[in-house]
Design a protein around this ligand. Structure first.
Ligand code: GLA
Length: 364
């Protein structure tokens, strides 16, 4: 078929700046060379068909006038994207979409943002809608918050659409619309790599706890008289009375500072410092924000013990993946130690793989 277009859409890791994107804070991410492939072609009617190679998922069909609640499960991300594009005022016809995943789902590597952003970008190009990448990201975010019902921030979508090989993306989520800036990554020139350890864990409280953390942050900001919690100063934890809100605020405050320090360390190739900042972020997420879990903690501790310069959970938490910065020649040692620690607890072995910074969603 000559009229089929093929898109490559990356997943992402968040290097640092966790739970800051809905608090108006800075975040630093990397699109990765683990990708979804999305094939699309126009149809002559208003039907959208979506096929996936994902185990247990069937083909889904719905009209471009699809409404929230009409489609559930995996295909809701596709239906939500179509709905969100229409809500944003765009007119287009039906499409056939085939999704092939090279991105483990549930690994916290943003397979959902890759799906929504990839479909949005593909429809935009196919029908010449002329939507810029940041607006596509906002449309994809609305697909999740307004259709799927997950109140996510904006960082994953921006990373998936604005990624560049050899670069991290620094996002200012306080700006309207949010702005992105590339930050070159040079650790590989120093013999270091970034390892993803996908724990395979996904604790079901993740969704409810995510919304609860957002709510706590909003309450803390309101009590402090701030528009968003990343504006909090060093006085904030003294002024707040509730211990839980104090701890959440301490995370947001220190994590905001860690993002700035991490960008500076990246720019100076100060790798031991960058590693320590990653580990400090993990400790703050574990102790103050309380979004870690034993599988993440054991992977972080094992990686550091086996020679990583630093490691942290990445993404929303309660499962998903850990990232670790380490010398290339320590990969096997880290993998073996973490696997042994998992085996000792009768946990399924995690999947560990090296990732590199990759380009954003693009047409092949
Ligand atoms: C999830 C959301 C993001 C972000 C992270 C936490 O991955 O999709 O928007 O809020 O959690 O940093």
């Amino acid at each position: 078929m000559t009229d089929v277009r093929q898109w490559i859409v990356p997943g992402r890791v968040n290097l640092i700046g966790e739970h800051l994107d809905y608090n108006g804070g800075p975040v630093l991410l990397m699109a990765i060379d683990r990708t979804l492939t999305i094939k699309v072609r126009r149809r002559d009617d208003d039907t959208v068909n979506v096929w996936t190679d994902r185990a247990g998922s069937n083909k889904a069909s719905f009209p471009t006038s699809v409404r929230p609640g009409d489609v559930e499960g995996w295909a809701a991300y596709a239906a939500g994207t179509v709905w969100s594009l229409v809500e944003a005022g765009h007119a287009f016809g039906g499409v056939d979409v085939v999704v092939e995943s090279g991105l483990p789902s549930g690994a916290g590597l943003s397979s959902s943002a890759a799906l929504t952003c990839g479909i949005a970008a593909a429809i935009d190009e196919l029908f010449g809608l002329g939507i810029d990448r940041t607006d596509l990201a906002l449309i994809a975010q609305r697909a999740e918050s307004g259709y799927v019902g997950a109140p996510v921030g904006i960082m994953d979508q921006l990373a998936v659409l604005h990624g560049e090989g050899g670069n991290a993306i620094l996002i200012d989520t306080a700006a309207t619309p949010p702005t992105t800036q590339l930050v070159p990554i040079a650790w590989e020139e120093s013999g270091l790599i970034l390892l993803v350890i996908a724990t395979g864990a996904h604790h079901s409280l993740a969704d409810g706890e995510y919304a609860a953390r957002r709510d706590e942050c909003e309450r803390a900001a309101a009590e402090l008289g701030l528009d968003h919690l990343s504006q909090a100063g060093l006085d904030a934890t003294v002024r707040l009375t509730d211990d839980v809100l104090k701890a959440r605020t301490r995370h947001v405050l220190t994590e905001t500072a860690r993002v700035r320090a991490a960008v500076s360390a990246l720019n100076r190739s100060a790798w031991p410092q960058l590693g320590a900042i990653l580990t400090a972020s993990h400790e703050s997420l574990r102790d103050d924000f309380e979004v870690s879990c034993p599988e993440l903690d054991v992977a972080v501790e094992g990686a550091i013990e086996a020679g990583a310069l630093g490691a942290r959970m990445t993404g929303g938490g309660f499962g998903g993946s850990v990232i670790a910065l380490l010398p290339l020649d320590e990969v096997a040692t880290v993998r073996e130690l973490v696997e042994a620690r998992y085996a000792a607890r009768d946990w399924t072995a995690p999947e560990a793989f090296v990732v590199h910074a990759a380009g954003g969603a693009h047409l092949v």
